[in-house]
Design a protein around this ligand. Structure first.
Ligand code: UDP
Ligand code: MG
Length: 313
């Protein structure tokens, strides 16, 4: 199969028929063998009925329905598990992404050799104040932290080599950082394509301002997990030692100063409190480090390495 198109959807009943018809048009025109995987993320409207209705006339359309709303990441993850195409394309269900981009995205994977191609909504049709400006900032920080030079990490329209989606696990709200996950899984050829973006035709946006707070918290977790999940003590131990040593040196200095000449009460000196806090912090960090090591030792993925090839085995 050439192509799997994975579409996460939550209450998008009006858009689905139009979207599927459009995808079908593009794929037929290009002669692709394809499937569309519609992942209904616990919709409360009639989206699932619509999915089944579409399937009656178009058997390439397949559906997965969650029992409740788990979020876009979960929907993508299930879609990725089910996908069979050599190239996997994700797009939003709300008709903001154009299926006309599919052939070029596919070409960049198959011919240009990219592992992942991310869409870039260069000209965006969303609310400027609540989406476009925070999004610029968000992308700039993510670029800095991840060293991946994309303009639009969170674009719903992306194309992947099959191996990529089978190697990563999109959990929590990590759909914003799929390129980062892919990079950590060892896929370095990450490209970008300017894509057409359109105003939402039906329904309403499912993400509000919390996306930015959550987004940054997730960025912190993902960098921490990516770097230290297999060796947490290297993080906690380093900072724990630094704090503990700083506190210890201050405490020693206070003791020596007191013994030698000082009349002032040690508890009347600011350095005393700094030393105290520093030592306690240091010990706390060490404890966090030991506990993390215990967790890491028992984590199911502790020895899950992605093997590219083997020879003679
Ligand atoms: N979506 C989903 N589960 C959710 C929220 C959103 O599957 O809990 C889907 C939604 O139906 C759409 C896509 O994710 O297909 C992007 O959502 P939306 O268009 O609301 O985001 P925006 O374009 O406003 O960033
Ligand atoms: Mg949208």
């Amino acid at each position: 199969m050439d192509l799997s198109i994975v579409v996460p959807l939550f209450n998008e009943e009006e858009s689905l028929p139009e979207l599927c018809a459009w995808i079908d048009r593009v794929c037929e025109a290009n002669g692709y063998s394809y499937e569309v995987i519609l992942v209904d993320d616990g919709s409360t409207d009639s989206s699932w009925d619509v999915v089944q209705k579409i399937r009656e006339t178009n058997p390439q359309v397949k559906g997965i329905k969650f029992q409740r709303n788990y979020g876009k990441s979960a929907a993508l993850n299930e879609g990725f598990k089910a996908a069979q195409g050599d190239v996997v394309i994700t797009m939003d269900a709300d008709l903001q992404d154009s299926p006309d981009e599919i052939p070029e995205l596919r070409r960049m994977i198959v011919v240009d050799g990219f592992d992942l191609v991310s869409g870039w909504k260069k000209k965006r049709f969303d609310n400027t104040l609540t989406k476009n400006i925070p999004s610029k900032f968000f992308n700039a920080v993510t670029r800095k932290v991840s060293n991946i030079y994309l303009h639009d990490f969170n674009c719903g329209l992306k194309a992947y080599r099959k191996k990529v989606v089978k190697s990563i696990e999109v959990y929590g709200e990590m759909h914003r950082y799929i390129p980062v996950l892919a990079k950590w899984a060892g896929f370095r050829r990450i490209g970008e394509k300017v894509v057409e973006h359109r105003a939402r035709k039906y329904g309403v946006t499912k993400f509000g301002w919390e996306r930015f707070v959550n987004g940054f918290l997730d960025l912190m977790s993902i960098t921490f997990v990516g770097k230290f999940s297999k060796r947490p003590m290297h993080f906690f131990g380093l900072w724990g030692s630094l704090f503990f040593l700083a506190g210890l040196i201050m405490a020693l200095y206070l003791i020596v100063a007191k013994l030698l000449h000082e009349e002032v009460w040690v508890t009347n000196r600011p350095a005393f409190y700094l030393a105290l806090v520093s030592i306690i912090l240091g010990v706390q960090l060490f404890l966090a480090g030991f506990i993390s090591e215990l967790v890491a030792r028992n984590a199911p993925g502790r020895n899950a390495y992605l093997i590219e090839e083997k020879t003679g085995l």
